[in-house]
Write a protein that binds this ligand. Structure first.
Ligand code: UDP
Length: 374
């Protein structure tokens, strides 16, 4: 028997594999009252709009195995994610592309001219080998664009100097010298046609899987058979009662509002890059499903302002803070888990800044490597 702690996308995937491929019993528990972890959504009662509980989650991947796997449980829409950003009262396209650069500088550069134009800005900064997020961003776009679109947003998101953050965070975003406005480069993108709740329900719908919500690991631990294999997708420091110290996380606070207008901002996500605006973005969920005519045309809309905040034990952990201190600390917890035969996984358990597809990919490979061959 297996006990999986956490019904997020990683936990659900590995539960499904064990139940279907190994034909073993799996108990999936989650301390929340819903499945899906931070990718969960709900239907707003008043408007019928599907809202993402913990901020926008768009499925996107270039991994064929992951795309094929998830499409066994749901169809996806053809939605491709586009983001706009507001800076100093004006709206620009994000990630930075030719439109952003031309609007910002009041120019009409062609794709073949823009690199040369930015090269002068980049050279002015004099960075030879970028070692952190700020240097990486400036060496790609120059200081003025960095200060307008990246610095303030990043400071709000991580509440620290971008010089103290790894360059890898900014490499999540493409930089384009054309008018392509896609937020992600991935070949396959979309939203579960019948909602994230249906996707998760279908993944976990198997006679070998028992699901218990509103249940913490501590409460079931004593009842588990001695030969149970524990797979834990929560915070590793909490699992071991913080014995080596606390891992750092970033959290988010969401401020929900229903507006009495058909369309509030004309798009799914509007970022706010000014440091003076306290939130990083506003989500307007109806725009994810223009094909759902009833909620889409309704004279009301649900919006949600996203405020990054420091994590404490009363908050939801959203992002790991992958710096040297935390990487070292995580290694101690990972060793402890291994010694106790507990498998750690998922964004929290692996302490990795994964998108949904990377979590599914990792779950599929972990199943092959650590469970099938165990
Ligand atoms: N970022 C930025 N300006 C933006 C959007 C993103 O500077 O308008 C930077 C910021 O440092 C952020 C990183 O890019 O932490 C990754 O953004 P992404 O949208 O991938 O973050 P997520 O959706 O995971 O919160």
């Amino acid at each position: 028997m297996y006990c999986i702690v956490g019904a997020g996308i990683w936990g659900a995937t590995i539960a499904e594999r064990i139940a279907s491929v190994l034909n073993e019993k799996v108990l999936v528990i989650d301390q929340r009252d819903h499945v899906g972890g931070n990718s969960a959504s709900f239907l707003d009662e008043q408007t019928g709009i599907e809202c993402h509980r913990y901020g926008s989650h768009i499925f996107h991947t270039s991994i064929a195995e992951v795309w094929d796997y998830l499409r066994r449980f749901c169809d996806f829409t053809t939605y491709r994610h586009k983001v706009l950003t507001t800076y100093a009262g004006k709206v620009y396209t994000m990630p930075i592309n030719l439109e952003t650069i031309n609007s910002f500088y009041g120019k009409n550069l062609h794709p073949y001219e823009v690199k040369g134009f930015l090269a002068e800005e980049i050279a002015r900064a004099g960075i030879t080998s970028p070692n952190n997020l700020e240097e990486q961003a400036i060496s790609l776009v120059g200081r003025p664009l960095y200060e307008a679109f990246i610095k303030g947003y990043t400071e709000k998101q991580w509440e620290c100097d971008p010089k103290q953050l790894p360059a890898s965070i900014i490499q999540r975003l493409p930089l384009r010298f054309n008018y392509n406005t896609d937020y992600f480069n991935d070949r396959w993108q979309g939203l579960p046609k019948d909602g994230y709740f249906t996707l998760f329900k279908n993944i976990l719908h198997h006679p070998n899987i028992t699901l218990r919500l509103n249940t913490t690991f501590e409460t079931v631990r004593a009842e588990l058979p001695t030969d149970v294999r524990i797979i834990y997708t929560g915070m590793p420091d909490q699992l071991f009662h913080y014995k080596y110290g606390e891992l750092e996380w970033r959290s988010l606070r969401f401020e929900w509002e229903t507006k009495a207008v058909q369309d509030y901002q004309g798009t799914t996500v509007m970022n706010y890059s000014d440091a003076t605006v306290p939130y990083t973005r506003i989500h307007e969920f109806k725009h994810y499903h223009p094909e759902r005519e009833q909620p889409f045309l309704c004279e009301k809309t649900v919006i949600c302002r996203e405020y990054p905040q420091a994590y404490d034990r009363t908050q939801i952990p959203c992002y790991p803070v992958n710096n040297e201190r935390n990487t070292g600390l995580y290694a101690l917890y990972a060793r402890e888990a291994e010694q106790q035969g507990i498998l750690l996984g998922g964004r929290l358990g692996a302490y990795r800044y994964w998108d949904m597809d990377k979590a599914v990919d990792n779950a599929l490979h972990t199943f092959q490597k650590d469970i099938m061959r165990h």
